[in-house]
Design a protein. Sequence first.
Length: 323
Amino acid sequence: MRLHQNERFTAHSPVGIETIKQLVETFPFNEYPVEVIDQVKASYSAYAGVRPTQLVAGNGSDELIGYLCARYAGPESPVIASQPDFVMYQFYADRARADFSKVPLLDGMALDVDGLLAAPGNIIFLSHPHNPSGILRKEQDVRRLLDSGKYVVIDEAYIDFALEQSMVALLDEYPNAIILRTLSKAFGLASLRLGFLIASEQVVAEVESIKSPYNVSGLSAAVGIAIMAEPELDLVLEETFASRDTIARLVEPLGRTYPSAANFVYVEYDEAERFTERCANAGLRIRLFDGAFRVSCGSTEAMEILEKCVEEELQCVVGQVNE
């Protein structure tokens, strides 16, 4: 069972699936996706509460990270990010031949705002909720970063699980603020690769100037429109939160956890490698980090396997103590 990539585990509604089947049967595959990309931007702008002219659609938000690094970074302008954070920030910094300024997080995964401001570079990336811990960033910290005049990219890949905490309102105050979103997580379209950049019209124009034409699949855009129209998200969130609560309860005896606002739970545990292997042997794939592991939300069956793995791990710990 896949609990290592933060994928949505709930199925799409029968209505949504039937709509997708009809799309496939009638879709104009011979045409370049012009109108449908405009349509998916219109659909997403309504969901996000912004203007369609503030959006750039991407082949997943990863592609948009690449465009931002290509436009605002380079050999003379490093990319800045906290460590740990989403690994693709460095990947695309390397592709842009830009140095990567790593600023370690403070205790509790808090942002080192002074360190980020002091680091060389003109563009800062941060995830909100944070990847890998799931904690939410403080608006006052992000405002301090924006007040520097540097571009600040707020990667909200998991914000649909805490939408009321989005920082999209900052776009009205700061022309250097950039938001990234995706339909891969809560909307469950990871395989179709559909993401969005939300920013000022000026930033949108600058990114569009280097963007590949027709970078988004027309079918992906059409499916995105169909899924966004389905009133299934509330149920998805309910089931996700229930699973997240279960995970947090089960893994709490193993180590330090964080108040996750995403669809996973991160645990600092000295024997993380052993526990990850234990889960793998039980058919459960979780994500290993240095001195930590992360479990994505999953089905009731997956939670039952996780519970058994935790029980075995605790027995192992007791056995070590008694030796």
